[in-house]
Design a protein around this ligand. Sequence first.
Ligand code: CTP
Ligand code: MG
Length: 228
Amino acid sequence: VTTFGAVLVAAGSGERLGAAVPKALVTLRGTPLVCLALDALVDAGATDVVVVVPPTHREQVAALLPRSGPPCTVVDGGRTRTESVRAGLAGLPSAVTVVAVHDAARALMPAATVRTTVAAVTGDVVAAAPALPVPDTLKRVADGQIVATVDRDDLVAVQTPQVFRRSVLEAAHLEGGDATDDLALVERLVAAGVVDGRLVVTAGSPLGLKITYPHDLVVAAALQEGRA
Ligand code: CTP
Ligand code: MG
């Protein structure tokens, strides 16, 4: 078994969700999204977790964290997700060599998927992420006009946690730059020939949907009901 630490990014404001509180504090059946996401990481065996939070809600989130289980610390997030991940990485103990970066917004991702994805990072695999096939037909458009149909056979939708050899993820973040996920930063290093190693996908879960818009909360509540 691979031991791993985790960075749980929960510092976003949740503008598209439009709740009165930051998205991580929005609840499903009474439990804040950040706590649900944390449970999966802990259940999967994380040895250390850094929760990255909005500076305005630091105390409020800290008060919600479990008193037992692996050490769980809280750090202030940045203006972008990438900056928040960077802040979280800096808070992990040096003994941690494999890191799972997870979105609080993917509150229902099962622990089993976390475990499988962590286990995939071994040998020459330096990163792994859960992914799902794309069910929709995809079109390329320009100025509202359809230009082409995009072949979806080689496309997937990636989720979190994205799991990395820590040295590789840190090198990618040291390069600076911004991206919507961490793999994108590592892909740049691989393309530049700076990092050598494979980036792989594992079987994603529909429960790992990212809660973005109000209707996602309705879907998540229904999925949670089905899981219970
Ligand atoms: N995140 C973060 N720090 C930021 C921005 C985002 O830690 N500066 C985190 C969010 O808390 C979330 C994850 O990154 O768990 C994915 O981001 P997203 O779903 O876009 O959440 P928000 O940025 O909060 O939502 P929105 O973009 O609608 O404001
Ligand atoms: Mg955002």
